[in-house]
Ligand binder design. Sequence first.
Ligand SMILES: *[C@@H]1O[C@H](CO)[C@@H](O)[C@H](O)[C@H]1NC(C)=O
Length: 341
Amino acid sequence: MRKPKVNRMVLAMCLWCFIMVIFYVHSNLKPASAQGSGKSSDQGKSGRSPLQMLHDSDQLEQSAVQVTHQGRRELLEDACHSYTHKRRVLIPEDLKHIIVDDQHGLLYCYVPKVACTNWKRVLMVLTGAAGPHRDPLAIPANEAHVPGNLRTLSEYSTSQINQRLRSYLKFVFVREPFERLVSAYRNKFTRSYNTAFHKRYGTKIIRQHRPDPQAEALERGDDVSFEEFVYYLVDPATQREEPFNEHWERVHSLCHPCLIHYDVVGKYETLEQDSCYVLQLAGVKGQVTFPTSAKSSRTTGDMAAQFFHSISPFYQKKLYNLYHMDFLLFNYSTPEYLKFQ
Ligand SMILES: *[C@@H]1O[C@H](CO)[C@@H](O)[C@H](O)[C@H]1NC(C)=O
C-alpha cells in the first residue's frame, strides 16, 4: 500500500518541478522597452528604466566607471564559461536572496557581510517599506532584516520572474572571500550578544571539532576558535547535513552568478563608488544616499592574514578549494599570506 503512494508523490513533485522551471533566456540585446514593468514616476527624468539607462550609456563613449563594470561583467562571463560545466535552469528556490524593487525596476542579490544591511535599508526607502523615512540610517538594522519588509523574487509567479529577470537591472555586491569569512566569524562567534549563533552553530562545532570539550563550552557554544570554525566548514559532513548558513555560504551558491547575468557587480572594496553608480542608474541619486559607515571595526586583509596564521597549510588549502569559485568569478587573487602555494 505504501509504495504506490510514494510513487505518486514523486510523480507529483516532478510535475511541480517541471512546471516551476524558469525559462529565463539571457540576451545581450537591448531590452525591449521594459513593457509595463517598473513604470513609475520615480524613474529618472527621462522615464527610462535602470536597465535601459545602463544600455543607453554603454552605447556612448564610456566613462571610467562604465569601463570598470563592463570589465567585471566580461570577466564573470568568461570565468563562468571556463569553470562551470553543468548548465541548469533556475528554480524559485534559487531566487530567495534576490530582493525586488518594482517601483524602480531593480533586482538586488544580498550577500551577508557585504553591506547588505545598508542596501536593504536603501531598498526599504525606495520601495516605501520604510514608511515616512527617507534616511536609510533611520531604519534600525534588525528592522532591515525582517522577512516580509522587502519582497524576494522567489515569491513571484514564473512568468513574473522571467519578466523581471529580463527587464530589471540586476546587481550584487561581493567581497574578498576570506575577508568576508573572517568578518562572519568575528561577528557571529566573538561577540557575546550573538547567543542565537552560539547555540545553533557554536555548540555543534565544539561537540564535533574540539577534543575533550568542557561541559560549559558544550552548553554555551560561545568560544569557538577560528581554527574550529574552519574544521567545521571543510568537513564534508557539514554540508551533507544542511546547507551552509548564509553568512558563510559562497556568493556562487547564494546568487547564482553564472545563471543570472548580473548587470552590475559591485565590490565592497569600492562600495561607495559602486553604490553611487547603481543609484545613478536607478535615477534616484538625489532622493536617497547610500550610508557611509565607519570603517574602524571593519575586517581588513591584514586582519584576515592574522586569523589564517593559526591555520595549517593543509586546512588553508581545503578552505581555499571550498571558496575557489568566488575567487575566480569575482577576480580576487589568492591571498599572499596563504602558506600552501
Ligand atoms: C582583475 O584583477 C586584476 C588584479 O587586481 C586587475 O588588474 C584587473 O584590472 C582586474 N580585472 C577586471 C576585469 O576587473
